[in-house]
Design a protein around this ligand. Structure first.
Ligand code: ADP
Ligand code: MG
Length: 229
């Protein structure tokens, strides 16, 4: 029992360290990014200029990985309260619609019933963005991501389904989703689904995946309804 206590203590130290490293690394990255942008200017030699987009892309990827690790390292800032899930869904769709326009994916949102859940607004948004973005990224030549929100009054929960007409997954791929670093994308981190599942679980919810290869995927998320103070 005493060993367990020591172990938990060490774990806390590691996540605090991870969080502070992430912050320390981000500042110089931002500076470097600013200077690299100068390389895109017309006065710069073509031979140098052509590398600017690659450097920027890799910097942004580094930043993305740090952002995802920060979410893992900082569960302490997690605060559950009354959140309007319809607002969070609308914001998420709004944030992703430019990407949809670029990739020929149309986003549709339908909401029905009670909208207050008991969760953390910031992390809810992050979780939903992860899932919707995965749906969009699964679509190669244009398609549809449909989001439905309904309420199960009996179970006192909100049900959100995110359906995409993307490439789907094999049974094997479906088993791997949510494992750290599991990705089939050349520029993926393989952290999004793991973090999403953890966040939803922390909010007392559930997340489940159904998929058919070359047909599409449906992700079902449940979240507890807010039941008053
Ligand atoms: P990443 O998006 O960085 O690859 P994720 O953890 O978000 O990491 O997803 C892991 C993997 O799960 C993806 O690379 C993809 O293979 C698969 N996946 C997740 N969502 C979907 C989806 N909607 N359709 C098809 N495959 C998916
Ligand atoms: Mg992802």
């Amino acid at each position: 029992q005493f060993d367990d206590m020591i172990y938990i203590d060490k774990l806390a130290t590691v996540s605090e360290m991870a969080a502070s490293f992430a912050h320390e690394i981000r500042n110089p990255l931002t500076t470097v990014r600013g200077f690299v942008q100068f390389l895109s200017q017309d006065t710069v030699d073509e031979n140098v200029k052509k590398f600017a987009p690659i450097i920027l892309e890799e910097l942004d990827r580094t930043n993305q990985i740090i952002t995802e690790y920060l979410t893992l390292a900082k569960p302490t800032s997690f605060q559950r309260q009354k959140v309007n899930i319809d607002d969070v869904l609308h914001t998420s769709v709004h944030l992703l619609s430019p990407l949809g326009t670029m990739t020929n994916v149309s986003l549709q949102l339908y909401t029905e019933g009670e909208s207050d859940v008991y969760g953390d607004e910031h992390y809810l948004k992050q979780a939903l963005l992860n899932v919707i973005k995965n749906g969009m990224e699964a679509i190669e030549y244009g398609g549809l991501v449909t989001i439905h929100k309904t309420v199960d009054e009996k179970e006192k929960q909100v049900i959100i389904t995110i359906h995409d007409t993307g490439k789907g997954m094999t049974k094997e791929q479906l088993k791997n989703i949510g494992l750290p670093y599991y990705t089939t994308k050349s520029k993926g981190t393989g952290l999004g689904s793991m973090i999403t599942a953890r966040l939803i679980r922390q909010m007392g919810g559930t997340i489940a995946y159904e998929s058919r290869l070359n047909v599409g995927t449906t992700v079902t998320i449940t979240l507890p309804l807010y039941e008053g103070d």
